[in-house]
Design a protein around this ligand. Sequence first.
Ligand SMILES: Cc1cc2nc3c(=O)[nH]c(=O)nc-3n(C[C@H](O)[C@H](O)[C@H](O)COP(=O)(O)OP(=O)(O)OC[C@H]3O[C@@H](n4cnc5c(N)ncnc54)[C@H](O)[C@@H]3O)c2cc1C
Length: 246
Amino acid sequence: MEPTLQWQAGTVSAIHPETSQTKSFTIALPKWMAHRAGMHYDVRLTAPDGYQTERSYSIASAPEREGLIELTVERIADGEVSPYLHDVLVTGDQLEVRGPIGGYFVWEVRLGGPLVLIGGGSGVVPLMAMLRHRAAEHAAIPARLLYSSRTQDDVIYRDELDAMAAGDKGFEALFTFTRQAPPGWTGYRRRIDAAMLSEVMQPFGSRARIYVCGPTLLVEAVANALVQMHVPIEQIRTERFGPTGV
Ligand SMILES: Cc1cc2nc3c(=O)[nH]c(=O)nc-3n(C[C@H](O)[C@H](O)[C@H](O)COP(=O)(O)OP(=O)(O)OC[C@H]3O[C@@H](n4cnc5c(N)ncnc54)[C@H](O)[C@@H]3O)c2cc1C
């Protein structure tokens, strides 16, 4: 971590529900610093008795949005921090944060592509920052997103992803549903596997830069499959968010 990073009090300037279990929080920062897409912030909560706890949240917004960050948080029912952010935090509140943090799971236009982004659940958040950055820079770098969700209602950023894909020949969003696909769905309806990965990567051959983010089980399964497909390991970046599978 950057030794110079200090905790700062951000102001929650907007809260936007994304799905029934996820909300995006826009936070204005007095000491905003440009991040690289894929980086995260730590959020620290302090109880009246002084007890403190902190969690990491990826930055969803592009670095081009100056002065603020957007975090998208899934509500984990028995969690300590995410239910507080969902149920207690309101617009105008202050939130203690520290960042931006991370230098490994990052992508920026100058790194080039083609880009294959593979996400499960809230693992789509840092991938969305990469796509928003790509769009803000009007980059023509070919990109594909493979996004695994339990059901259609769990897809975060659906409208924005559809709009992005409709307006950009270089970008395609592919979805897979692991519990229930929407009626009439002709796309994928299973966990991500080697056959699905080969189809998604096919247009790019083995040249793609690949970013994988989500629950630990998903990330490990995808990373293992990619290695078995002889994708050069230095082209694969992974980030694990939590213990459960999608
Ligand atoms: C680098 C990094 C970036 C992250 N970015 C995001 C993000 O953008 N959005 C986001 O929603 N989360 C993100 N996370 C996960 C986040 O840091 C917390 O772990 C998550 O919000 C749960 O915290 P909690 O205090 O609510 O639950 P905790 O009190 O920590 O855990 C409660 C219970 O839920 C389980 N649990 C913990 N995390 C998860 C999970 N992710 N999925 C399912 N069960 C879980 C625990 O094992 C425990 O049983 C990120 C994690 C890392 C390491």
